[in-house]
Design a protein around this ligand. Structure first.
Ligand code: SAM
Length: 246
């Protein structure tokens, strides 16, 4: 799994990244999050999802990310967030009180973690019995069907497949850690793409992982398609829900 320096990406990320519609509501409902609940987002980045969850429910919200500059942007939300530097594999170093959290979630983070088992084991300990661990990530189908990325930057498909854990592998690791599987839910939004700025600025990490030539060729064909009119684009994630048995 390729790692990127998100300190360098923080500005573009903040400009272009939006929460997946309905994902936060789904998390709040699935884990029964309210004002007295404790929630944590691992790999929160600029904390779009965590801030929305905190404001929606009034919960106590902890955001963890390895990159300071992402956390600086996260701190600019109006929501009340505790933010800490940390990594999923080193969740034990956060010294979270055992059985204290109602929800731990991550969005587009798990592909950076070589050993999800260590993260899942630590999350299991930190969750209350009945607590929810949600891992929102890209399935193979999502990766192959991204519009416009998969069409115009096809080299990203192999890059993404190589760094993303297959959903079945995540399910097996969750079961090994003691979780019972809840459900998988696809979140998607369709939108009209009218200009190529976020691609030109490489707001998607996979664009940093293809060659300059592949990037320039893709940008040229994307720009040409946009010159003919807006593109019906999509934004998808697969939320894998698991629960610590009550
Ligand atoms: C694609 S961004 C997603 C950020 C945020 N969850 C969101 O949905 O906007 C991936 C995030 O994972 C973080 N990350 C990378 N490696 C990580 C690791 N080993 N443990 C925890 N977070 C990590 C990055 O710093 C970055 O903020």
């Amino acid at each position: 799994m390729n790692s990127l320096d998100y300190n360098q990406l923080a500005a573009e990320y903040a400009r272009h990244r939006r929460p997946y519609p309905q994902l936060v509501e789904f998390l709040a409902e699935s884990a029964g999050i309210g004002a007295s609940s404790q929630a944590m987002e691992m790999g929160c980045g600029t904390a779009n999802h965590l801030a929305k969850l905190q404001q929606l429910t009034g919960c106590t919200a902890l955001g963890v990310d390895p990159f300071d500059d992402m956390l600086k942007v996260a701190a600019s939300h109006e929501a009340e967030l505790e933010l800490r530097v940390g990594r999923a594999e080193e969740i034990a170093a956060l010294d979270l009180p055992e059985a204290s959290l109602d929800l731990i979630f991550s969005v587009d983070m798990i592909h950076y973690v070589r050993e999800p088992a260590r993260y899942f084991a630590g999350a299991f300990k930190a969750l209350k019995p009945g607590g929810v661990l949600c891992t929102a990530t890209d399935s193979e189908w999502i990766i192959r069907n991204r519009i416009p990325v998969a069409q115009h930057f096809p080299a990203t498909i192999e890059v993404e497949l190589a760094r993303h854990h297959p959903i079945d592998a995540l399910l097996a690791a969750l079961e090994d850690a003691g979780f019972v599987h809840g459900q998988q839910r696809l979140f998607e939004s369709a939108y009209e793409l009218t200009d190529a700025t976020k691609y030109r600025e490489k707001a998607f990490s996979s664009l940093h992982l293809i060659s300059d030539e592949e990037f320039e060729t893709g940008l040229a064909s994307l720009t040409a398609e946009l010159a003919r009119g807006p593109i019906a684009a999509n934004n998808r994630t697969c939320a894998v829900l698991a629960r610590r048995p009550a």
